[in-house]
Design a protein around this ligand. Structure first.
Ligand code: LLP
Length: 420
């Protein structure tokens, strides 16, 4: 049995589960995403260990990576899903997940999506406004189908993460203001075809200071306890996702601290808890392999131009995110400082800026690490570029899980007007 995760052999070649990464790049081409099912399983097991003393279920946040094989593997391990569109719902069902394990979140579910989710017996709707409740109630009454409703609370907490992925402050579009929760929860009990199931929070993503989780969960529990004292039923709490992962250091997410918080607050309570981790389950399990097109040197800078670009990994330019980048085989010992950039015609098309890296030559392969989450799902076809092929390594065998769309496929989607 080989090591779990990506590792180097004595010749400094990068491997996963006994398979040379360079051989996968040769077999499938680049840019190429490779996912290690071993690391997925490891993250799942560690997360489960953090919550196994409370009544908790994992609902994998499919938005992090919605490849069918990835959803299917997490489903096989026992996860449900957290989704934010009917497209994600259909992907989950196609991957073999039961609708009864799917939580429908999201601030802008449209009426068609609500109707389809209801007809398909989704587990619950996490709703974000009274207006949304009114729409769901109308649709549920017309269909004579009961909707399970959880209120997503906005706890007005700023969890010190990048502002584009911070969702817990009252200025954001997310959740229901704390002071309105009681009246809306009361209303749930008055409407036909509405079944109140509880409260939820999700304060943001890539959170390292767990005091923010503590505060959010503490306040949520207090609110739920208070509703119960008033005689309302609050069987479940949804604690969202957001655990930070280390992109630059080789460290696991701080699940043990998370476990402490969860046990501290909930070990003695009987709330049914759901957790919605995305990044912490899948980010580390993915690498993006790219080939060096050429080096370009100017008076001031060294650029390494590669065949992956912001259309494959937008995180560096969108969130100033750091992803470790390393040659698959270090052919030179000397190091340079370079911008690692894609071929897209935008200054913002970079994967790393001013990065120290071993010298590389045309055709060398680089691994962009920790790209299992929010990478391939955020792809585009900008500059008429194809998306990357995706491969999963499971039980020491590689499987292609996604083909790259061809330029022909892209052209076939369009129609040309006949101009006369
Ligand atoms: N639940 C809800 C309601 C969410 O909105 C999210 C993420 C999650 C769970 C999962 O959070 P996680 O455990 O993955 O942090 N594209 C950005 C991240 C956006 C996160 C959106 N919501 C990035 O690349 O950093």
């Amino acid at each position: 049995m080989s090591e779990i995760g990506f590792y180097r052999d004595e010749n400094d070649d990068l491997y996963v589960q006994g398979i040379k990464i360079s051989s996968l790049a040769e077999k499938y081409g680049t840019p190429l995403f490779i996912y290690d099912a071993g690391l997925m399983r490891q993250s799942y097991d560690i997360f489960m260990d953090a919550i196994n003393k409370v009544k908790g279920n994992i609902h994998y946040a499919v938005k992090a990576n919605d490849a069918l094989s990835i959803i299917s593997y997490f489903a096989k391990l026992g996860c449900g899903a957290d989704i934010v569109s009917i497209g994600e719902f259909e992907k989950c069902v196609a991957a073999g997940m039961s609708p009864q394990k799917i939580i429908f979140s999201g601030v802008g579910k449209d009426n068609n999506e609500i109707e389809l989710a209801l007809k398909n017996n989704v587990l619950q709707f996490n709703i974000e406004s009274e207006e949304e409740l009114n729409d769901i109630s109308k649709i549920a009454s017309r269909l004579k189908l009961t909707a399970n409703i959880c209120l997503r609370v906005n706890p007005d907490i700023a969890p010190k993460t990048h502002k584009k992925i911070s969702t817990g402050e009252k200025e954001t579009k997310f959740g229901i203001d704390f002071q309105n929760v009681v009246s809306i929860y009361e209303k749930l009990h008055q409407l036909d075809y509405i079944n109140p199931v509880g409260l939820g929070v999700h304060i943001g993503s890539q959170i390292f200071d767990f005091n923010f989780f503590y505060r959010a969960y503490f306040n949520l529990k207090k609110l739920a306890d208070d509703l119960k004292l008033r005689g309302y039923k609050v069987p479940a709490l949804d604690l969202g996702g957001g655990i930070g992962i280390h992109y630059s250091k080789n460290l696991k997410p701080d699940f043990s601290n998370y476990k402490k918080i969860v046990l501290d607050l909930f070990e003695k309570s009987d709330y049914q808890l759901s957790f919605e981790p995305g990044r912490s389950l899948i980010a580390e399990a993915g690498v993006l392999i790219t080939k060096v097109i050429r080096n370009k040197k100017t008076k001031d800078k060294h650029f390494i131009i590669v065949d992956a670009a912001m259309n494959n990994l937008i995180r560096p330019t969108l969130y100033d995110a750091y992803h470790k980048i390393e040659p698959i085989k270090k052919t030179s010992k000397s190091e340079i400082i370079a911008d690692i950039v894609g071929p897209i015609c935008e200054t913002g098309d970079f994967l790393a800026l001013d990065r120290k890296i071993n010298k590389v030559n045309s055709s060398d392969l680089l691994a962009i690490r920790t790209t299992g989450a929010y990478a391939s799902v955020m792809k585009s076809n900008y500059n008429a570029r194809k998306d990357a092929i995706e491969v999963m390594v499971y039980n020491e065998k590689d499987f292609r899980i996604k083909k790259s769309e061809t330029i022909k496929d892209m052209i076939a989607k369009e129609e040309i007007i006949i101009f006369d």
